[in-house]
Design a protein around this ligand. Structure first.
Ligand code: GLU
Length: 557
């Protein structure tokens, strides 16, 4: 007994709080019934995965829709993997997407909350206090195995055809004498502290996961490492300690941790703490060939949250896409509530369970993003696009900044506040291509372009049509009057003034009014497809229209 005390005193010479003191310092939270306390707990690796943003969004929504708390904890106990500035990247990404953090690092250099510190490397004393307690209870013990010895153990297990690991009779230091431990401590030999697992692998436990449902898992019997030789805790211990003292009610985390759940539940039990509810999120997947696989940080640029920023997807579009992935009824909700705030949508575990492991789909993302941008006013589009361009496309930034009024007029075309609103923009990086022809410095039309796009029309014919239009063109015409004029030009030149008549008797005409409009369209924009031509002409202004329509006469634009 005295020897055990001596060992503990040697391992923990520092003054540590007792568990009672910690309980008092981090009391249960006073929250309304049903309020969820959730968190994300990233390891700062310098990369924000879209799956991490997804998990953060889900966790934040559940917390806030129940009047609970969402916090950010930085899990930086693996010093080898740590990347400078990585924690800031996480909180800046969450900020960018409007995912409100209540506690923890809410901004670089700003930590708030009464349950901190929220960075694991600053919580060493708390972990040590708990590990010390476990040792006092004989639920943990030091192990002096070297890497070579552990490798040897593995080989023996392989030869014997048994499960790998440090358990049962393979747990070499489980029953070592205090003398031996004291001797190696005196020699300053490196050691780790292991959990003394009470489990039996042959027994099963049944869990009810919020997202995976009922599962049967074998009990844990591994004497896993709680404290590494550098004195820092492993994920397992830190998770249990932090989620207890930070009073998390729901741990929503990647499903790679499901296999460790029996161990985590065992640790909660050993400490006589009640465990939180768990929901294991399957990774977002993509199809490769015929197989599904998870989005890979190495192979898929779209795995990185920064990718979406660079491509110029509005943050709101990414949030809508992720909510849609999480709960498939989001789409209907959005249709019924086109102007509602995203916060008003209620996520449910039930639907999340059904969509767990969803597929990443660019078409879907682009469609959602087009809908989102279609809801913006021309001014909003202008401002957001300019903000993006300043960072990623200097030429577009200059174009927009120097021509604000003209650009907003362009963006107003077909930007109606209804179902018919234009839906051609999914990303700000698509904008230049969409609007460039309005700007003389970006517009070019060659004879080769004309030959290709207006094949079948002679130069004489093109000139005749354009001169007719110019002779009678007025910027004060209504769209109806304008179109009547085009139809008149069509008739005068032996084109059917409606497509139906032309289809009925194609042999009677040179073409239809659509072909006449095409001539004007190509000359004005260099394209065969554009938004409403009348609006384009009004926005371009008479001078520009005149100049472009005279291309065949003058040979230049
Ligand atoms: N640091 C762990 C990870 O990044 C956190 C898992 C959890 O949410 O508990 O995978």
């Amino acid at each position: 007994m005295r020897e055990k005390k001596k060992i503990i005193a040697l391992i923990f010479p520092d003054s540590l709080p007792t568990l009672e003191e910690l309980e008092a310092k981090y009391p249960p939270r006073q929250l309304p019934a049903g309020a969820m306390v959730t968190r994300i707990a990233p390891s700062p690796t310098g990369f924000m995965h879209i799956g991490g943003l997804y998990a953060a969004l889900i966790s934040e929504r559940f917390a806030h829709q129940t009047n609970g708390v969402f916090y950010l904890r930085i899990e930086d106990t693996d010093r080898k993997r740590e990347v400078a500035g990585a924690a800031d990247l996480v909180c800046r990404s969450l900020q960018r997407y409007g995912i409100k953090i209540d506690e923890g690092k809410i901004a670089p250099n700003n930590e708030v909350g009464a349950y901190g510190p929220y960075v694991q490397s600053q919580r060493e004393k708390i972990y040590r206090a708990v590990i010390k307690f476990l040792m006092e209870q004989d639920l943990a013990y030091p192990c002096f195995c070297t890497t070579e010895e552990l490798e040897e153990l593995r080989q023996q297990q392989e030869a014997a055809g048994v499960r790998f690991g440090y358990y049962g009779s393979w747990a070499k230091w489980r029953e070592r004498s205090s003398e031996e431990v004291l001797k190696l401590l005196a020699e300053n030999k490196p050691y780790v502290i292991r959990f003394r697992s009470p489990g039996d692998f042959k027994q099963k436990i049944t869990i009810e996961d919020e997202l995976l449902g009922k599962r049967e898992l074998p009990e844990n019997d591994q004497d896993i490492v709680l404290m590494k030789s550098d004195g820092l805790p492993t994920y397992h211990l830190a998770h249990v300690v932090d989620d207890h003292f930070m009073r998390t009610t729901h741990v929503l985390r990647g499903d790679e941790w499901l296999a460790s759940l029996p161990l985590h539940l065992q640790l909660f039990k050993a400490l006589a703490w009640s465990a939180p509810r768990y929901g294991h999120i399957k990774p977002i997947q993509k199809i490769e060939g015929t197989a599904k696989r998870k989005l890979s940080k190495r192979k898929d640029p779209e795995a990185n949250v920064e990718y979406y920023q660079q491509a110029g997807y509005p943050e709101e579009a990414i949030l809508e896409y992720l909510l849609n992935l999480a709960n498939s009824d989001f789409e209907n909700w959005r249709k019924a509530n086109p102007q509602a705030n995203l916060q008003d949508f209620t996520l449910t575990f039930k639907r999340l369970k059904n969509s767990n492991g969803a597929l990443f789909d660019f078409d879907k993302l682009n469609n959602i993003s087009k809908e989102v941008i279609a809801r913006y006013s021309a001014t909003e589009v202008y401002e957001q696009a300019l903000l993006w361009a300043k960072q990623f496309d200097a030429e577009l930034a200059e174009l927009l900044a120097n021509n604000r009024e003209y650009a907003e007029q362009i963006l107003k075309i077909e930007r109606t506040n209804d179902e018919k609103a234009r839906k051609d923009l999914a990303r700000w990086s698509d904008l230049k291509e969409e609007i460039s022809y309005f700007f003389d410095e970006q517009f070019s039309l060659t004879v080769a372009d004309l030959k290709e796009k207006l094949a079948g029309f002679t130069v004489a014919e093109i000139n005749k049509l354009t001169q007719s239009l110019l002779a009678d063109y007025s910027e004060n015409d209504s769209p109806q009057v304008w179109f009547e004029k085009i139809k008149k030009i069509a008739r005068e030149n032996n084109y059917a003034d409606n497509v139906k008549d032309f289809k009925k008797n194609p042999e009677n005409y040179r073409g239809s009014v659509a072909d006449v409009a095409k001539v004007f369209r190509v000359l004005l924009t260099g394209r065969t497809q554009t938004p409403d031509l009348f609006s384009i002409m009004i926005v371009m202004g008479k001078e520009r229209v005149k100049k472009r329509l005279s291309f065949c006469l003058t040979g230049s634009v």
